[in-house]
Design a protein around this ligand. Structure first.
Ligand SMILES: [Zn+2]
Length: 476
């Protein structure tokens, strides 16, 4: 038998099949054909990956591929970080339809269309018919569901509740950055989000964002969040590991940061809220500016970052070191009485935001002993894949999709990203394959008509639809 591609001599980790062993991987037609010993002469192409880890490709369940003013950087940054499938938490789906062939880099993307983007809805309730229309349009164009921006652009609790209800009724996936006109993006907002779901399936975004110490001590908030999740089988979620957030550095006419998140960051770090504070935070390396350098976005620290902020008249993207690493570790590692992870997946909230740190910090948690290697692969690939019912991703069973990340364990970086059996990135170089949209059956005819590459997923077989325990029922 001739394999299309053979990876020889890597440490293969597969949490579903309980594998953690030096083995070869044989791929035919974009699928896993064999994990075992394979002769050197059996592959049309043979790559020697000794001393590297072979993990199922990363499935990042919360990213922003498209970010205003940063071009097409997100696709590149994700694939170079070892991500093979990503859930985009904003859309718009129309932009992906145009970009997925020329810029997709082989990536599989499931898109959640942001609802009522840029429209302030905090003062009144949106009629149900209008919500139905937005949800149906999004699904028919190929999105798998809806994202409620909440904390950034609050809706009333009633409208939020209706969006959750209607998206589920229409067969879509609903994700929520907690926060309404009543509660902010904090632990109280998260508690409100669980209440508004009223037992229906709901994905609450980045759990650790609600545990920054806005209401009480961050660890107290983390305990509230994790306890709530243990008692809410209908809620799925992820958490990230990045120590810094993503926000905006722009000042208004009064010299105050336009973004309330930026104001809170300065307060939290003990700096004056205004130009002086931003200057100090940048010069003290408590904040950075992020901007496009070459074809990707990078953080610019210190004086250089401050100069950039000045040169651009404050109109730059910024990141502040405000996330608690202790809370991040707790959210990543916490299990319930049955030994099941409380937070379903490791995500980044990255993409075009330069914080695609799943390998860097996730493998640090492994080195630290907070996760085993198999648990890391479970949380960064298998479990997030099952959130949307991707039964052929996140493991190396025969016939599974050949989505693989080859990891340099010493650098904790992706050395090679293979998607659908194709090498999409090797040693940092991209091969410019087209990407693919993951859609529900409702989006199929539109994508087909418009010649957009797609694959239909089945949310009926997802952890999202069937509740958190479904993951472990399938895994056993
Ligand atoms: Zn986000």
């Amino acid at each position: 038998m001739k394999y299309d591609l053979v990876l020889k001599g890597g440490m293969v980790v597969d949490p579903l099949n309980h594998i953690e062993e030096v083995l070869d991987v044989g791929i035919i037609d974009g699928k896993i054909e064999k994990i075992g010993e394979i002769g050197d002469n059996q592959g049309k192409k043979v790559l020697y990956v000794n001393d590297n880890l072979i993990l199922p490709g990363l499935v990042d369940s919360h990213v922003h591929v498209i970010k205003d003013g940063t071009g097409k950087a997100g696709y590149r940054m994700l694939v170079r970080a070892g991500v093979t499938t990503a859930f985009d938490f904003r859309g718009p789906i129309d932009a992906f339809e145009e970009e997925i062939i020329p810029y997709g880099q082989g990536l599989n993307v499931a898109v959640l269309n942001c609802i009522f983007n840029g429209r302030e809805m905090s003062q009144y309730d949106v009629p149900r018919e209008e919500i139905y229309k937005e949800v149906r349009d999004s699904l028919e164009k190929g999105a798998i569901g809806i994202k409620i921006m909440g904390g950034h652009a609050p809706l009333t609790p009633k409208t939020t509740k209706n969006v959750i209800e209607i998206t589920n009724e229409e067969g879509g996936y609903i994700a929520f950055h907690a926060g309404t006109s009543k509660h902010g993006s904090n632990i109280e907002g998260m508690e409100e989000a669980v209440h508004l779901a009223n037992g229906l399936p709901l994905h609450i975004a980045h759990i650790n964002s609600y545990c920054r110490g806005m209401i009480e001590h961050p660890l107290g908030e983390a305990k509230r969040a994790l306890t709530l999740l243990k008692n809410s089988p209908n809620i799925v979620c992820e958490s990230y590991l990045a120590p810094f957030n993503g926000t905006n550095g722009e000042l208004n006419e009064e010299g105050l940061p336009k973004s309330h998140v930026t104001r809170n960051c300065l307060k939290k770090l003990g700096y004056p809220v205004g130009k002086e504070g931003i200057k100090k935070a940048l010069l003290n390396h408590c904040a950075a500016v992020y901007t496009k350098v070459g074809e990707e976005n990078q953080l610019i620290w210190g004086e250089e970052g401050y100069n950039l902020w000045e040169d651009k008249g404050s109109k730059v993207n910024m990141s502040f070191l405000v996330n608690s690493p202790v809370v991040a570790a707790a959210c990543a590692a916490e299990k319930d009485d049955k030994g099941h992870f409380v937070v379903n997946a490791l995500s980044t909230d990255g993409g075009a935001i330069p914080r695609n740190f799943t390998l860097k910090y996730g493998l640090s948690l492994v080195a630290f002993g907070a996760l085993t290697l198999k648990e890391f692969a479970w949380k960064s690939s298998y479990a997030p894949a099952q959130l949307i019912g991707l039964k052929d991703k996140g493991h190396f069973s025969k016939g599974a999709d050949a989505d693989i990340v080859v990891v340099d364990l010493h650098k904790k970086e992706a050395k090679m990203t293979i998607i659908n059996g194709k090498v999409c990135m090797m040693d940092g170089e991209l091969t410019h394959e087209p990407g693919k949209i993951l859609t529900t059956e409702k989006g199929e005819s539109y994508l087909k008509e418009n010649h957009v590459p797609y694959e239909v997923i089945d949310l009926e077989r997802s952890v999202y639809r069937n509740g958190k325990d479904y993951l472990y029922r399938r895994g056993e």
